[in-house]
Structure formats: structure tokens, C-alpha cells
Design a protein around this ligand. Structure first.
Ligand code: NI
Length: 396
């Protein structure tokens, strides 16, 4: 069925909802085709005149939602609205009596529409995987797996549309993953130099020159946004046998970020390195070393291996090259992981300090290794790249 025109329906409807009676304007020019089926019929709907085909029914009128009251809402199991206007359709009072949908409309009918009644959504019973938490104990630069986590399972009765849970029965509780942060004690004089915040033009290359000339392997925790700008430097780091680590994309403070941001920062940082050098690194150093329960869970779910440090060169304070040398060499122990910076600003002091650090530590009998070699030498049972159970979260 078609309606032969009333003044613009959407406006009309708004007007009606505000209780303003609006008279219909019938556009006769539009009637053409209707005459073939018989004379169109003018009826009054909620005080406004509209013209319909002469065989139109109450159901047709309801279907033309613009002219009548809205349907009821679909109510969620908690009483809220699961979906507006997805309830029962409007009802029509015709000349003072409830009209059935099949009834035909006649000229001069006075029709009043009433909002449809609400419906309650149905429920479903489903099994939902429960994610496990990651618990971290102790202090130290590397993370040992004490106990793997296992996901749990729950039976949930929930609204089909709202996904609001009305009944939950835990079938198998999840078991927390337990990590222990620990120092590396390889029993040998091994030390790992690490450089953060690069790649950085000039400084990273100067550092690479120094390391190459002295045959010293190191670990570079790279910032994704820098990797994108200087992929050639990243390839050189990789070509020269150093370990590539992820320092996230944009150096955000994980303690304050949502799980979604942590997940994205880790993934984008890793992807940038993969694009630049074809290496998908699990090694992750969180910016500022900052972590939270949420961040631990996300980085573990991403299969990352978190590496902090036990010797901070404090080179970022720019205390002078000499001071950087003594801070590092006074604090290194067998198994130490040393934090330095090749990016993030002027690192000329770090560059000047580096040959002296290498020389002094070698003189004391130290060998230089990358972080993965240090961990291997220590025999730490590192947390494997766990696959996180994806909880069947209700869609927002
Ligand atoms: Ni940093």
C-alpha cells in the first residue's frame, strides 16, 4: 500500500509526539495511480487527515510507522530498554473501538493510535570462558613463571539482546597465573647493556659503531613511532647481531592506561619492528618500567616477555659522561641488566661514556650478552608466550 502524501512525515511525527495537532496537506497531484484501484480514502489519524488507497487496512496504517504512535520497547531482563521500539506494534482505535489489523479503512474513519506495549527479551543459557588474572610477586628485572594460569568456565543465563546476566554458575574457576620478578644470577660474569627510546638519528648509529668496534652485543628497546621514521637504523641493529626489543609505540605510562591502550601500544610497537626488520620480538620493556595489574594481564596475553633493569645509568639526567660511567660500573653485578638510552634527546653523554663502561667491565672480567642470552644462561623458566583465554565479553 502507498500513502498519498501528507505533509512531511518526520516533522509530523515529532509534532504529534509533542501533542500538537497538525493538519495534513493532501497533495492531489500524487493521487494518479490510485484512481486505477478505486477512489482513495481520506481518514483522520490522531487528528490529522491522510489519504490512503481504498483497500488499505489497519495493518497497513500501523506499518506506515510515520503516521501512528510508536511500537513499545523491548525490555531487558533488568528492566532497562534492550532495544527501543522493538516491542509490540501500535494499536488502533477506530471510531471508538479497538480495530483488528485486518479491518479495512473507510472514508471518514476517525482513528486514534496508541503506543504498543513493551515486550520482555528472551533469555539464553550459554557457557562463557572466564579469563585468569596475572599475579606478580617480587622485584627484579626479569620475570619467571611460577605457575601457569588456566581459564575457567561459567554457565550464564542472560538476555539474548542485552547480554545482561541474570544467573551465573561457575563450573570451573579460573586459576591465576603467578609470575615472579627476579634478578638474573647466571653464576658467570655476564652483563646485558640495553638502550631505550631509539632508534635516534646520529646517537643510535654512534652507539652501533662503538659496539661493533668492540664486538659487544646489546639489546635495543625500540619505540614504534621512531621505528617507523628510521627503519634503516632498525635493520642495521638487527644485521649487527643485537637483540630487538619492543618499547611500545608511543611511550605511554602503562600504570594509568586502560587494557585496550596497553594492548594496542604493545601490538603497534611490535608490528612496527616486524615491518622494519622482519622480526617479531616478544621482548618488551614498558615505558618508565611502569606496570599495573591490567598491564601485566595484557602484556602476558600478547605473549610478551617483560624486561626491566637492575642498574639505571641515569643517563637521561645528563649528569656528565664520567658520572654515567661510575654509576654503571659501581652497580653492575653478575647478571645485571643496565638501562641506558640511545633516543629521546641528546644522548652524546651516553655515547661518550659507553667505551669506558665497556673497557672497565671487561677489565673486571665481564662478558657482554643480549637479554635473551642472559636469561638462557640463568636457566630462568621464563613465562612462555601464553595464549590468553578470550572472555566472551558482551558486546558494547
Ligand atoms: Ni623509555
Amino acid at each position: 500500500m502507498s500513502y498519498y502524501h501528507v505533509s512531511p512525515p518526520p516533522k509530523w511525527r515529532i509534532a504529534r509526539r509533542f501533542g500538537v495537532a497538525v493538519a495534513a496537506v493532501v497533495i492531489l497531484a500524487a493521487l494518479g495511480a490510485g484512481y486505477a484501484l478505486g477512489r482513495p480514502v481520506a481518514v483522520l489519524v490522531d487528528g490529522a487527515e491522510i489519504v490512503v488507497e481504498n483497500d488499505a487496512t489497519v495493518a497497513d496504517l500501523i506499518a506506515a510507522a510515520a503516521f501512528v504512535a510508536p511500537p513499545g520497547d523491548l525490555r531487558a531482563v533488568d528492566g532497562g530498554i534492550a532495544e527501543p521500539e522493538a516491542g509490540s506494534p501500535a494499536t488502533i482505535i477506530r471510531n471508538g473501538r479497538p480495530a483488528s489489523p485486518a479491518q479495512r479503512l473507510y472514508r471518514g474513519d476517525v482513528l486514534v493510535s496508541r503506543r504498543g506495549s513493551d515486550r520482555l527479551e528472551s533469555t539464553e543459557v550459554t557457557q562463557v570462558v572466564m579469563d585468569f588474572e596475572t599475579v606478580v610477586e617480587g622485584e627484579g628485572p626479569v620475570t619467571e613463571l611460577v605457575r601457569p594460569g588456566t581459564p575457567g568456565l561459567k554457565r550464564v543465563t542472560r538476555g539474548v539482546v542485552s547480554l545482561i546476566e541474570v544467573d551465573v554458575e561457575v563450573l570451573t574457576p579460573p586459576v591465576d597465573e603467578v609470575l615472579k620478578r627476579t634478578k638474573t644470577r647466571p653464576g658467570m660474569k655476564l652483563v646485558a647493556l640495553t638502550f631505550d627510546d631509539g632508534p635516534w638519528p646520529l646517537h643510535t648509529e654512534e652507539i652501533l659503531d662503538i659496539l661493533r668496534a668492540r664486538d659487544v652485543p646489546a639489546t635495543f628497546f625500540l619505540l614504534g613511532r621512531q621505528v617507523k621514521r628510521y627503519p634503516g637504523i632498525v635493520r642495521r641493529i638487527d644485521d649487527e647481531g643485537h637483540l630487538l626489543g619492543n618499547h611500545t609505540y608511543a611511550h605511554k605510562y602503562f600504570s594509568k592506561e586502560s587494557s585496550a591502550t596497553v594492548r594496542r601500544e604493545v601490538a603497534r610497537g611490535r608490528a612496527a619492528i616486524r615491518t622494519a626488520a622482519g622480526v617479531s620480538t616478544p621482548w618488551l620493556r614498558p615505558p618508565y618500567g611502569a606496570m599495573s595489574d591490567v598491564a601485566w594481564r595484557e602484556v602476558r596475553a600478547a605473549g610478551s616477555r617483560v624486561v626491566h633493569w637492575d642498574v639505571d645509568s641515569r643517563d637521561w639526567r645528563k649528569p656528565g659522561a664520567k658520572r654515567i660511567v661510575t654509576t654503571v660500573t659501581n652497580n653492575v653485578r653478575p647478571g645485571s641488566i643496565v638501562l641506558m638510552h640511545d633516543g629521546g634527546g641528546d644522548r652524546s653523554q651516553t655515547v661518550r661514556a659507553l667505551p669506558h663502561i665497556i673497557k672497565r667491565l671487561r677489565a673486571r672480567g665481564y662478558s657482554f650478552v643480549t637479554v635473551d642470552e642472559l636469561v638462557k644462561a640463568q636457566g630462568v623458566r621464563l613465562a612462555p608466550a601464553a595464549k590468553a583465554a578470550k572472555e566472551n565479553r558482551p558486546k558494547q
